[in-house]
Ligand binder design. Structure first.
Ligand code: T4K
Length: 411
């Protein structure tokens, strides 16, 4: 809850923090508890806790229906879903991914034995840049993996056209994109397959979890085998496999979360509208917009802090953290500037990704964030932007909590 007694001051200028306790960005949204406990009890009564249980099958059916596809294959998390999707398509060689994404996009490709190749992104939307993809296509390109970052649809049509022209599949990391549409259809109908995440911080969650959704019968059959040690019946591993199963408790949480999805989206959307209204008075910050006429889930409130803003993104972030508002600069500093991915082939021009990684500011939302909280957050940003020199001087003293930092090698 916001600290009502201190509506005007800023902590770095000597006032009390806007929030007495940390305001987390990824507080999990919860479905109906009674329903959850009923499902858990039923699973316990059945003594069927994992391995294609009834709740898991129900969860997968719901996911496939919501995605407008034939098959949903749940995994323990989306990272594993990405890895086994790549393996299930028998890909070898290079897979083009955006440089500005969560590390799991690249980890999943690498652990499947392929090499991610890092494409630039659009600095405004942060989505993979189609021209950059086109330039990176080479003799070893096996696939393109777009990422519907923030649940914004990639330029699906252009990516699919490139895929057709080069005879390679296009797949999507749709970790953020449950509930989003493209041309009025569920976004997950695009490409050969898409991968959702149901991590606790996602707007719908199964504690940990992910799923591959696809219309491809062979791929679906292969993934069902591979997530269960490759077993086709007792004692008979027919394909390479792992233990990627989702248990009944997680499926129960996932089912409840899907039931709550309309109310969570409505809450996210109303939060987003308040940010939109409040930040319109903040010169230098632009909210990343969702496409008109499409559905989305509004689970991330993302602002671009423009280079002409009175404070930098990192300065604003530090002011927010000093007020106990744990905003984030997700996907900073871009994959190519992380040691784990420094040796990957990449676009010569990653200026879009660099700009995104210096400007993205992700703000708290979800069930636990109220409109009054959002007005307080925006009041902090506005107040700080009004007195940039005083803020810089106060931040230099380094006495207040701030967003964690680490050194970035210049790569
Ligand atoms: N592709 C993309 C594009 C992705 O964004 C992701 C995941 C993936 C693939 C892979 O999906 P999974 O394999 O995870 O299914 C989070 C999530 O761990 C990760 O799932 C997500 N993307 C990524 C963007 O963010 P952090 O770094 O935000 O986690 P953490 O621990 O800092 O938590 C965030 C905030 O939420 C904190 O303020 C604490 C709070 N929190 C967190 C948890 C887990 C709670 O209040 N309760 C909780 O239970 O990573």
């Amino acid at each position: 809850m916001t600290n009502e007694s201190d509506e005007r001051g800023l902590r770095c200028l000597g006032s009390e923090p806007a929030f007495p306790e940390p305001l987390h960005i990824g507080r999990p949204n919860l479905g109906d508890r009674e329903q959850l406990f009923r499902r858990l009890n039923e699973a316990l009564d059945r003594r069927w806790l994992t391995n294609n249980g009834q709740l898991l099958l129900e969860f997968e059916r719901e996911l496939a229906d919501l995605s407008g596809v034939k098959h949903a294959i749940a995994f323990a998390n989306a990272t594993q879903g990405i890895e086994w999707l790549v393996r299930g398509l028998h890909l070898t060689g290079e897979i083009i991914v955006p440089d500005f994404t969560f590390v799991a996009t690249a980890h999943g490709v690498l652990t499947a034995g392929c090499s991610p190749v890092l494409a630039d992104v659009d600095p405004e939307s942060h989505l993979i840049d189609v021209e950059s993809v086109e330039r990176l296509i080479g003799p070893d390109t096996a696939a393109i993996m777009g990422v519907h970052l923030w649940a914004l649809p990639c330029n699906v049509d252009a990516l699919e056209e490139i895929g057709r022209r080069h005879g390679i599949p296009v797949v999507f990391d749709a970790a953020h994109a449950m509930g989003a549409t493209h041309r009025g259809q569920p976004i997950a109908r695009s490409g050969t397959a898409s991968v959702y995440s149901f991590h606790a911080t996602k707007f719908v969650n199964s504690l940990e979890g992910g799923a591959v959704v696809t219309d491809d019968e062979d791929l679906a059959a292969n993934l069902r085998l591979s997530r269960n040690f490759g077993f086709a019946g007792y004692d008979n591993a027919v394909v390479l496999g792992t233990n990627g199963k989702m248990d009944e408790f997680r499926a129960a949480v996932g089912l409840g979360s899907l039931e709550a999805m309309p109310s969570i989206v409505a809450k996210n959307r109303s939060n987003w509208n308040v940010y939109d209204e409040e930040l319109s008075f903040c010169s230098g910050l632009d909210l990343v917009l969702f496409p008109a006429g499409e559905e989305s889930n509004y689970q991330y409130v993302v602002a671009n802090v423009r280079p002409d803003a009175a404070l930098t993104r990192d300065e604003i972030l530090d002011v927010l953290w000093s007020e106990n508002i744990q905003a984030r600069r997700y996907f900073f500093p871009g994959l190519h500037r992380m040691p784990a991915f420094a040796d990957l082939r990449r676009a010569a021009d990653l200026s879009g990704s660099l700009l995104a990684s210096e400007s993205v500011l992700v703000l708290p939302t979800g069930q636990t964030v109220g409109h009054a909280d959002i007005r307080s957050i925006c009041r902090v940003v506005r107040s700080a932007l009004a007195v940039p020199s005083a803020i810089r001087a106060a931040l230099r003293e380094g006495k207040l909590p701030r967003h964690p930092r680490h050194t970035i090698a210049d790569r």
